[in-house]
Design a protein around this ligand. Structure first.
Ligand SMILES: *[C@@H]1O[C@H](CO)[C@@H](O)[C@H](O)[C@H]1NC(C)=O
Ligand SMILES: *[C@@H]1O[C@H](CO)[C@@H](O)[C@H](O)[C@H]1NC(C)=O
Ligand SMILES: *[C@@H]1O[C@H](CO)[C@@H](O)[C@H](O)[C@H]1NC(C)=O
Ligand SMILES: *[C@@H]1O[C@H](CO)[C@@H](O)[C@H](O)[C@H]1NC(C)=O
Ligand SMILES: *[C@@H]1O[C@H](CO)[C@@H](O)[C@H](O)[C@H]1NC(C)=O
Ligand SMILES: *[C@@H]1O[C@H](CO)[C@@H](O)[C@H](O)[C@H]1NC(C)=O
Ligand SMILES: *[C@@H]1O[C@H](CO)[C@@H](O)[C@H](O)[C@H]1NC(C)=O
Length: 785
């Protein structure tokens, strides 16, 4: 449940009832500060911004295209039996005494049991008997499509057993534009292609279990600061931040993974809190009616983020289908609006049809547990025990936890550990939490989660755990097996070190939560702890559970620091997974899902969230003027050397690349624009035609078996130097070779043509790069289309 929380550095009081017209209705009882700048009052009405987002009406009706046909036939028949009031009731949440984030009421006379919808993208939140899965950033760092799909299927099965019809996730917005963004960890990567590939398989996995996904937050939801309207320090009512995104950037970055989500058949899309071109996410006709329902042919329903509705009938006409958690501005007003002609009756039918179609599409009309059955509102009160988790999920949970660890430094093969006689363990992040509850209390405004190992971030995406296997727990189990001695100090910032220690492991974290952006990309407390240990121990290894980009240049070149692991957010098997890596039972195979800079300022203007300023004081603006140049695209463009580039990660073995082979398909048209075709889910189906196939051979030249993540980047004429357009994770035994094959689709090779409103192939030379990271690309070729 995304509660409208105050943003960083602000102490907004709740200003209920004034979120309606976008004007300053909220000054009651508040003294205006005398220091208010004169500039601040320049723009006082949102009418100044009217027209910045083009109107797109009417709202397209779901047609039952592609594999939705039979679900739509059944849904239309069902909706045909509904009274007006029953249809209206389907369009908004209702209060039910259970622990679901939201509920749609039952229609008993037609045996419709209603829906339970619950958080979130990385596992079920706020209940018992469920698993804490690896978070989005961890899945991103794993670069493993198949594993993402398996995780989705097992996670979805937990939701299903608990009586949840809709999983409120996965997250592909934020995409990570703002390096300090508070929710970046919920999504997969700062790259749209990697994010798109992983969201596609996640959705296929979750929905294979019969639970729907609500892919979120649509769209341009890139910062937590001012994500909601509120009251500023001067007590003035301010609108939510506006993400001002040009059409090309929209398509090539932010819409890209949503397109994959629609292609995968996501039952629902959740519209976001903030505005796009100054029109709120849940009433923006261009993004909802235009991009989503026309261009991408979306057949499911659009649901608000919790409390994100800011207009009544206007939102319905703009393409919103369902409000959560309760009806604030619809209800009877929909009926009145149909009578007085401000809304078509067919719009209400379409809302109801889209919602019910997902129920049939996911086969929820037969054999599923009753909505909310495993979601007690209070787990301390007597309730039926409903077990969501399953022992069948163990391997997927553990493998998921293992694969998101990224080894970035390993001097002279310091890792894996070889039967150490004494390990010294330091840092607040090595230990489990003092108490484990279904809802964890997180700190606010802190760079680190002190006294706790970090295995998931904070806010509505914080999943509940069945247990937490902390690093120290797993290290001690291993010590028992190996007859190793272990010493520790979790609380001192300058601990004493036994001079005979074989290795000193330092555990720190980098915290992040919904509702606030991070205070920075470093943390003095943790950095000092690390250098203090390193000053006394020549074999210091740093393990960092980081919920976002973490800059490490204070100590990365310290010669006593022999190994560094970005451990991200592994979920409940965190310790077990780490120890498998530390002792070489698992060979590290994670790769960075973002760029780690040498210094925070290298991220430029998009390091930190946009703050309200100047004449836009009451209407905060976030101009996405960098266009496509975020993360590695920006570092490449500006020729800035990163500390660790996008796609980077070490293994205990080595791989060599050879045999690049580029083959153009002969049986598909390579016209500039895709051949005209009926739009189905995902858009023009010709966007998925494979135009070029690229193959390469990878040899494991080291002494142990391992996974390599082969990466393909394409330099599209007139585009960024290179963009990720393929990856394959392959297991290659020591001394053996494997062939990887990448299919490049029409979309992969196109740029968005703003004039034509089409994806367009470019004339000129396409460059192909294949290798192990965005800056280690030994194989090169080119072709023209
Ligand atoms: C936002 O405005 C830009 C610039 O005018 C335009 O290219 C884009 O299509 C608009 N997008 C939306 C969703 O309004
Ligand atoms: C619609 O929902 C309201 C509020 O939950 C309820 O009182 C009413 O009975 C419902 N109407 C129908 C026809 O189900
Ligand atoms: C109808 O809309 C008004 C504001 O536009 C709102 O105050 C009222 O609660 C709405 N009615 C229902 C039943 O939602
Ligand atoms: C029609 O009804 C809706 C819902 O109550 C209201 O918002 C709108 O102002 C009304 N329009 C007219 C023209 O009466
Ligand atoms: C961490 O634990 C120590 C005691 O072990 C306590 O003194 C300190 O206040 C705790 N810090 C936080 C931030 O909870
Ligand atoms: C630990 O000790 C046991 C017996 O005391 C022995 O069997 C085992 O091999 C030892 N393990 C290692 C890794 O030294
Ligand atoms: C490395 O560790 C040794 C002790 O093992 C210490 O004497 C030396 O000063 C340390 N070097 C750094 C750069 O901290």
């Amino acid at each position: 449940m995304d509660k409208g929380k105050a943003s960083r550095g602000k102490s907004w009081t709740k200003c209920s009832g004034c979120a309606i017209m976008g004007i300053n209705l909220c000054t009651l009882g508040v003294l205006l500060s005398l220091s208010l700048s004169s500039q601040a009052q320049n723009i006082t009405s949102d009418s100044y911004f009217y027209g910045q987002s083009p109107p797109v009406y009417p709202s397209p009706e779901g047609t039952g295209s592609g594999n939705w046909a039979s679900a739509y036939v059944k849904a239309k028949e069902f909706v045909g039996k509904l009274t007006q009031e029953e249809k209206v009731n389907l369009t908004a949440g209702v209060s039910v005494s259970n622990g679901c984030s939201g509920n749609i009421a039952a229609i008993e006379r037609l045996d419709f049991p209603g829906f339970c919808v619950s958080d979130a993208g990385n596992g079920l939140r706020g209940t018992d008997y469920v698993s804490s899965w690896p978070s989005g950033i961890h899945v991103g760092a794993s670069w493993n499509r198949d594993l993402a799909k398996q995780r989705g299927a097992h996670m979805g099965a937990e939701f299903r057993r608990k009586g949840v019809n809709l999983l409120l996730g996965p997250v592909v917005g934020p995409l990570g534009r703002i390096s300090e963004g508070g929710r970046n960890w919920e999504g997969f990567s700062d790259d749209p292609y990697l994010t798109g590939a992983l969201v596609y398989d996640t959705i296929r996995g979750v929905q294979s279990s019969g639970v729907g996904t609500s892919t979120k937050h649509y769209i341009g939801n890139e910062q937590e600061t001012n994500r909601n309207p509120g009251e500023n320090a001067q007590g003035e009512y301010t609108e939510a931040v506006s993400s001002n995104i040009d059409d090309k950037t929209m398509h090539e970055l932010y819409l890209w993974p949503f397109q994959d989500a629609v292609l995968a058949g996501s039952a629902s899309i959740m519209c976001s809190y903030q505005r796009i071109n100054n029109s709120y996410g849940c009433q923006n006709s261009k993004t909802l009616n235009g991009l989503l329902k026309t261009e991408l042919g979306f057949q499911g329903y659009v649901v608000t983020d919790w409390g994100a509705q800011h207009a009544g009938i206007a939102a319905a006409n703009a393409g919103l289908d369902m409000i959560m958690p309760d009806t604030t501005m619809w209800g009877d007003n929909l009926t009145i609006a149909i009578k007085n002609g401000t809304m078509e009756a067919s719009r209400l039918d379409d809302m109801a049809t889209r919602i019910i179609a997902t129920w049939y599409q996911l086969n929820q009309d037969s054999g599923i547990p009753h909505p909310g059955i495993g979601m007690p509102s209070d787990i301390t009160a007597p309730h039926q025990k409903v077990v969501g988790k399953s022992a069948d999920s163990k391997d997927v949970l553990l493998q998921g936890a293992v694969e998101g660890h990224v080894l970035v430094k390993n001097t002279n093969s310091a890792l894996p550990l070889k039967s150490p006689s004494l390990i010294s363990v330091f840092g607040y992040d090595a230990q489990g939490p003092d108490y484990l509850e279904v809802a964890i209390s997180y700190p606010s405004g802190s760079p680190a989660f002190i006294n706790n190992t970090l295995y998931v971030g904070g806010g509505s995406g914080a999943n509940s755990a069945a247990y937490v296997d902390a690093p120290i727990d797993a290290i001690q189990r291993q010590a028992y097996e190996d007859n190793t001695s272990v010493m520790w100090d979790f609380s001192s910032q300058d601990p004493d070190v036994d001079a005979t220690s074989d290795a000193c492991l330092v555990f720190v974290n980098d915290f992040s939560t919904e509702g606030e952006d991070r205070p920075g990309l470093t943390d003095d407390y943790s950095d000092t702890l690390i250098t203090n240990v390193a000053s006394k121990c020549s074999n210091t290894m740093v393990i960092m559970h980081n919920a976002g980009i973490r800059v490490v240049d204070d100590w990365i070149e310290n010669e006593n620091i022999t190994a560094v692991i970005f451990a991200h957010l592994p979920g409940q098997d965190t310790g077990r997974a780490l120890v498998d890596i530390l002792y070489g039972r698992a060979n590290p195979s994670g790769r960075l899902p973002h760029t780690v800079a040498k210094k925070a300022s290298d991220y430029g203007a998009i390091l930190s969230p946009d703050e309200p300023e100047g004449k836009y004081w009451l209407f905060p603006q976030s101009d996405f003027s960098e266009g496509q140049f975020i993360d590695y695209r920006a570092f490449d463009e500006k020729d800035i050397e990163p500390r660790f580039e996008f796609g980077y990660g070490l293994s205990y073995t080595k791989f060599s690349y050879s045999g690049l082979h580029v083959q153009k398909a002969t049986n598909v048209p390579t016209t500039q624009y895709p051949p005209k075709a009926k739009i189905v889910e995902g858009g023009n189906p010709h966007l998925w035609d494979d135009l070029v196939t690229v193959k390469a051979t990878i040899k494991n030249t080291g002494s142990v078996d391992g996974y390599e993540v082969a990466q393909l980047y394409v330099g599209i004429p007139n585009g960024p130097v290179r963009q990720l357009r393929g990856f394959e994770k392959v297991s290659v035994d020591s001394g053996k070779s494997a062939t990887v094959s990448f299919a490049l689709t029409r979309r992969d090779l196109s740029s968005w043509d703003v004039e034509a409103q089409q994806w367009a192939l470019q004339s000129g030379e396409y460059k192909i790069f294949v290798g192990s990271s965005s800056r280690n690309l030994p194989l090169n070729d080119q072709f023209t289309l």
